[in-house]
Design a protein. Structure first.
Length: 155
């Protein structure tokens, strides 16, 4: 009986998207930290993966995030011209422009992949960005891969 009640309760819960954010250590992560220490309110739906630079993010990371159950992916780093590693964000911008075009081949809706530049001093922008991405993905609904066996529970 309790299993039936738990299943019914789970089925009536509103959809809450799962977002994976690949962020730059030097700017966006510091902006996220500023948002947290300033006690700004933003959706708790994001899991942050901190990397040295957005220029080092392999497109396969994005595909694996979707395969692992993410409903959306956010890639965010330093503003162009402000990269700690001089030109990493320029490489990332070129890479993601091309990668976005390839998403259709994988069956992933390009509206589920978001890009942004957030500096260390932009905690409010980070909070707004997370709320905005969460709202857009909530409107899209859950990501349903072609092979439902791939979708694993969020850990």
């Amino acid at each position: 009986m309790t299993q039936i009640a738990a299943t019914t309760t789970e089925a009536t819960k509103p959809f809450e998207p799962r977002v994976v954010a690949f962020v730059c250590n030097w700017c966006t992560y510091a902006g996220a930290d500023l948002a947290g220490t300033s006690r700004m309110q933003y959706a708790p739906n994001v899991r942050i993966v901190k990397l040295p630079c957005t220029g080092r993010i392999d497109p396969l990371f994005v595909v694996k995030a979707f395969e692992g159950g993410a409903d959306a992916v956010l890639v965010s780093g330093c503003h162009p011209g402000d990269c700690h590693y001089t030109s990493g964000n320029y490489h990332a911008r070129r890479r993601w422009t091309i990668f976005r075009k390839l998403l259709d081949l994988t069956g992933i809706d390009p509206r589920r992949l978001h890009f942004s530049w957030v500096s260390a001093a932009e905690g409010a922008k980070f909070a707004h960005l997370i709320n905005d991405v969460t709202a857009k993905v909530r409107a899209l609904g859950p990501f349903e891969p072609h092979n439902p066996a791939r979708r694993r529970p969020w850990r």
